[in-house]
Design a protein around this ligand. Sequence first.
Ligand SMILES: C[S@@+](CC[C@H](N)C(=O)[O-])C[C@H]1O[C@@H](n2cnc3c(N)ncnc32)[C@H](O)[C@@H]1O
Length: 292
Amino acid sequence: MTPPDYEYLRKLLKDHSGLDLSADKHYLIESRLLPLARKAGLNGIGDLVQKLKGGSAAIVTQVVEAMTTNETFFFRDKVPFDHFREVIMPEIIKARANRKTIRIWCAAGSTGQEPYSLAMCVREMSAALAGWRVEILATDLSQDVLEKSRSGIYSQFEVERGLPIQLLVKYFKQTGELWQINPDMRAMVQHRQLNLLHDFTQLGTFDVIFCRNVLIYFDQDTKVNIFNRLARATETDGFLVLGAAETVVGLTEAFRPFPERRGLYRPNGSAAATERMLGIGAGLRKAAIAGG
Ligand SMILES: C[S@@+](CC[C@H](N)C(=O)[O-])C[C@H]1O[C@@H](n2cnc3c(N)ncnc32)[C@H](O)[C@@H]1O
């Protein structure tokens, strides 16, 4: 690959998906894009770049999708789902007692393991949620992963990654070598294609946003821009959950870390929300001490 071709692809990916490749990721581009070039009947990366320059939107989408990292698994990192069960849901259930509606957004839901993990958590809390409406919206840049997420179909290998056997048996049906999540669970998750680089105000506001393991691929300015827009999409007493390698600290004041809960944040906007946050933080600390 020539240096100008590499630079062209680097800029195209940054502009279309936010992916911020360093100067030495030739192998990554080649391993992901050569198969795509061959499939399109092209000779190599040089020809692919020529085709991209020709302005075909379909090939741009294919290149961008081929370069995204879609790695995910059920209950990934465990801790965020503990936050969800132990802090987020109890707090939101209290705060929304009149409205009885909760809106959750998985902002880079990939092939669905994350939104369906949340759906299972919600279903497991159904005693506290009788008469409530819980919306889970899964969005992603990639149509391919959304398609799989919509289908709710997973291989044996995928259901063995992170999914407790009792939840597999309870919420999935086996067909041959594949497992499909039950229709009522599938119906709990809405899907929509969305690029986080673009405006998302049309989605409205959410009580909980999971935005995990996507911002790590972006440069600082892009992260700051997205954090600030995510803050506007989060209810003032809502929550943001980031991936294990991600933080707002040092980047924006729009969110503040929730005490003693790694990866959990609240919008910085409202003093009342902060007070509530400290209240529940103290309550949980007391409970933790009492429970040993
Ligand atoms: C590594 S996966 C993370 C999946 C899940 N959140 C998790 O933590 O397991 C990253 C996802 O981000 C999506 N993605 C990449 N760039 C994006 C963008 N600009 N807007 C929305 N989604 C994007 C990819 O398609 C991919 O499915």
